[in-house]
Design a protein around this ligand. Structure first.
Ligand SMILES: Cc1cc2nc3c(=O)[nH]c(=O)nc-3n(C[C@H](O)[C@H](O)[C@H](O)COP(=O)(O)OP(=O)(O)OC[C@H]3O[C@@H](n4cnc5c(N)ncnc54)[C@H](O)[C@@H]3O)c2cc1C
Ligand code: FES
Ligand code: FES
Length: 490
């Protein structure tokens, strides 16, 4: 067992044995290394002021992704290359093309958000040769600017896309081969790493098998994948965690495979990694991914984390349940698979036994004639948590009747939950306005939602009904009379 993590910070190789289980990368950079170009705004992954790039080896390639340093723990950085804004300009002070474009296009006023924007644009520039406007906007979803306005920043992104990354002025291109070789050496050791400070342990398992063993010995351990939930337990709730087991480096948990049974996503697959497959195979699900957090959150947050957190308002459980997904749980005892809908037992309670972790999720291929839609309702389009999220899977038989229907909602109950009464009212009936109008009333049997700061119970109930109407209109194929359920008193 090793007792230090090793990573590269800009040009420096770091061996770190002295860090606490919940020390954030942002604190390390600013307080310990005085790399204060990386700013702290919200400390919860929302504003992007703390954006840095993290490079890692993925299937033999070196991939850099933007992440929020404020909610990333040091223990998750073994065998990575951390790049901060200080790394961009040349030693003689010549600005990097991304920085120069921000100057030329007047992309900065007070400047507090600027390093974060520069790093997001840098990540985009490295990964996308010719981003169009919508790709630029998606890359900047996780960065907030209060004074400049976004147009000059988007213009800067457009200007810089005309300059291609070249070893002449880009440090990551120049040093790519060297960094890959170093990361490869760090990654190839499969020893588990354990570090203890202030009475709390960070454990970085060398393999999935080792992870199972560690959880058997310490079932109370907190598993950390992307830390986009757990990070906030620490920065906002000041929770103390011990031990913390990091899993985001385990490539065995990052497989995406499509075969006859369906698409398998390892629990450690991030939203960014899942996007391409989902866009290709289940486009409506792919569109939802673009509305989860900002790019930095999608580069870190995992599907496994979104399920394991048991949240009633996580965005992926409703579509996964509507698609009939199952989840595999693993421990030293072996693996077991159960329908995802059975995993969620009650608020804060999942069918996960001590020592078990989420290993993978199997999503059956939707039938080629099936209709599938997912609707996320939130106050803002981007960077917002759902008030409710509804997913609909429908097969219409040869007689025009409902042959199969699965409806699942988040935000309507204490867990993500199917609308079984509505489904029963639809099954076998003609897919018609009348059926839909009558079946909608059964939503009141299925769900008694809460009122909270995101939405009132009444709003949630009638929005669920209207989403079924919308799904009907989108699938009926012919113009129909549109009837909405209205609020009685607004
Ligand atoms: C700014 C911001 C915006 C967000 N926007 C959205 C949004 O739009 N929609 C949405 O649904 N969520 C959103 N989230 C929440 C979060 O990104 C997701 O829930 C994400 O999927 C969590 O994954 P993670 O890998 O970061 O989990 P972590 O934070 O690492 O872990 C979350 C929980 O799951 C457990 N866990 C993780 N992996 C496993 C495993 N393999 N086995 C067992 N337990 C495990 C952890 O112990 C913890 O309890 C947002 C978060 C932030 C910070
Ligand atoms: S400080 Fe706001 S996202 Fe990190
Ligand atoms: S320039 Fe002031 S917040 Fe963006």
């Amino acid at each position: 067992m090793n007792s230090a993590i090793r990573f590269i910070l800009n040009s420096e190789e770091i061996t770190l044995a002295d860090f606490s289980a919940t020390e954030t990368l942002l604190d390390y950079l600013r307080l310990r290394r005085r790399l204060t170009g990386t700013k702290e705004g919200c400390a919860e992954g929302d504003c992007g002021a703390c954006t840095v790039l993290v490079g890692r080896l993925v299937e033999g390639r070196l991939v850099y992704e933007s992440i929020n340093a404020c909610i990333r723990f040091l223990g998750s950085l073994h065998a990575t290359h951390v790049v901060t804004v200080e790394h961009l300009a040349a030693k003689d002070g010549t600005l990097h093309p991304v920085q120069q474009a921000m100057v030329d296009c007047h992309g900065s006023q007070c400047g507090f958000c600027t390093p974060g924007f520069v790093m997001s644009l840098y990540g985009l520039w490295l990964s996308n040769e010719e981003p169009d406007r919508s790709e630029i906007e998606i890359a900047l979803q996780g960065n907030l600017c209060r004074c400049t306005g976004y147009e000059p920043i988007i213009k800067a992104a457009e200007q810089v896309s005309l300059t291609r990354p070249s070893a002449l002025f880009d440090p990551l291109e120049r040093d790519r081969a060297d960094i890959m070789a170093k990361l490869w050496t760090l990654k190839s050791s499969s020893d588990t790493i354990a570090v203890e400070k202030d009475g709390a342990r960070s454990i970085i398992p060398g393999s999935v098998e080792a992870l199972a063993g560690i959880l058997a010995d310490a079932p109370q351990a907190t598993i950390v994948a992307g830390a986009t939930d757990v990070g906030l337990w620490v920065t906002k709730q000041m929770r103390r965690l011990d031990p913390v087991v990091f899993i985001n480096h385990l490539t065995e948990l990052q497989r995406i495979e499509s075969d006859d049974t369906g698409i398998t996503f390892g629990a450690g697959v991030t939203y960014a990694q899942a996007l391409e497959t989902l866009q290709m195979e289940i486009p409506a699900f792919g569109d939802l991914i673009d509305r989860i957090g900002g790019a930095q959150v999608r580069n870190a947050g995992t599907i496994g984390g979104n399920i394991a957190n048991g949240s009633p308002i996580g965005d992926t459980p409703p579509p996964l349940i509507a698609l009939g997904a199952s989840v595999t749980l693993r421990s030293v005892e072996g693996s077991r698979r159960l329908p995802l809908e059975d995993f969620f037992i009650a608020y804060g309670k999942q069918d996960r036994r001590p020592g078990e972790f989420v290993e993978e999720i199997l999503v059956p291929h939707p039938h080629e004639d099936a209709f599938f839609s997912v609707y996320k309702i939130s106050k803002r389009r981007d960077e917002d948590i759902s008030a409710l999220c509804g997913a609909f899977y429908l097969m219409i038989d040869a007689e025009g009747c409902v042959g199969d229907i699965r409806i699942a909602f988040g935000g309507m109950a204490a867990t993500p939950k199917r609308a079984q009464a509505v489904e029963a009212a639809l099954l076998g009936q003609p897919w018609s306005w009348q059926t839909v109008a009558e079946a909608s009333l059964a939503f009141d049997e299925d769900y008694q939602p809460l009122t909270d700061w995101r939405a009132s119970a009444e709003y949630r109930s009638l929005t669920a009904k209207n989403l079924l109407t919308r799904f009907f209109l989108e699938t009926a194929g012919a113009p129909v009379h549109l009837q909405r359920f209205e609020m009685e008193e607004v």
